[in-house]
Design a protein around this ligand. Structure first.
Ligand SMILES: [Zn+2]
Length: 238
């Protein structure tokens, strides 16, 4: 690691939140396991039975509100404070652990649990409260059009213009706690690599044979990422 990086992109997935006690998508004991995806995470389900969908996210919100960031999230804050580069976080997670840890430049491509979006006017606002189909948009005044600002299956990911720009200009790409099998996020490393970035994957175990990564670092991100950040920042001081 002798390069001095100017633009760093850190892609994060469910694995980094799991270390904060948040159950991963479709894990055995998670909230997701009690519901079918097609009942709570599709636009069709939301149109058919909005209150069922609202209740699902209403139930999820307090758990994510209470969750605390771990050493991996904090290592990103340290990197952003000590390393002289533009450092962006692109997360697939809908929790706000990155923000709680003090991370800046966070892009939630799957949306975030503490936001609602009005399907009538596009207004997005933050709230940790509970919602129902009887709520009214504070901007356009239309009722029954507020949807959790979570990307449902079949919907476009958010912030993708920004993310594409970041991937094309980054010289260091880190993938943390993501399986690397779900596109388009799985293809981010390919774009970064094509544009010349060094690429590192942090995961609990080998998850794919993705040869786009220059290095795979195995173990809990709460341990491996702080070590990596220490090395990077030590090189700045020299
Ligand atoms: Zn509205």
């Amino acid at each position: 690691m002798t390069r001095q990086y100017k633009n760093i992109v850190i892609l994060t997935g469910a694995g980094i939140s799991a270390e904060s006690g948040l159950s991963t998508f479709r894990s055995e004991d998670g909230l997701w396991n009690k519901h079918r995806v097609e009942d709570v995470a599709t636009i069709e389900a939301f149109i058919r039975n909005p209150d069922y969908v609202h209740e699902f996210y209403n139930e999820m919100r307090p758990e994510l509100f209470a969750a605390q960031p771990n050493a991996a999230h904090k290592a990103i804050t340290t990197l952003q404070e000590k390393y002289p580069a533009q450092i962006s976080v692109v997360t697939q997670n809908v929790d706000t652990l990155h923000e709680k840890a003090g991370n800046k430049n966070v892009y939630h491509i799957h949306g975030q649990i503490n936001q609602m979006v009005c399907l009538n006017c596009g207004h997005v606002f933050e709230s940790w409260g509970a919602f129902s189909s009887e709520d009214t948009c504070e901007k356009c005044g239309v009722t029954a059009m507020l949807k959790p600002n979570i990307v449902f299956f079949g919907e476009d990911l958010l912030c993708m213009n920004d993310v594409d720009r970041l991937l094309r200009s980054c010289d260091l790409f880190l993938s943390v706690g993501t399986s690397g099998v779900v596109y388009p996020a799985a293809g981010f490393v390919q774009i970064a690599k094509m544009f010349g970035a060094d690429t590192y994957e942090f995961n609990m175990e080998k998850t794919s044979n993705n040869m786009m990564f220059d290095a795979h670092i195995y173990g809990p991100a709460g341990t491996t990422l702080p070590t990596f950040v220490d090395k990077l920042t030590a090189e700045v001081k020299q």
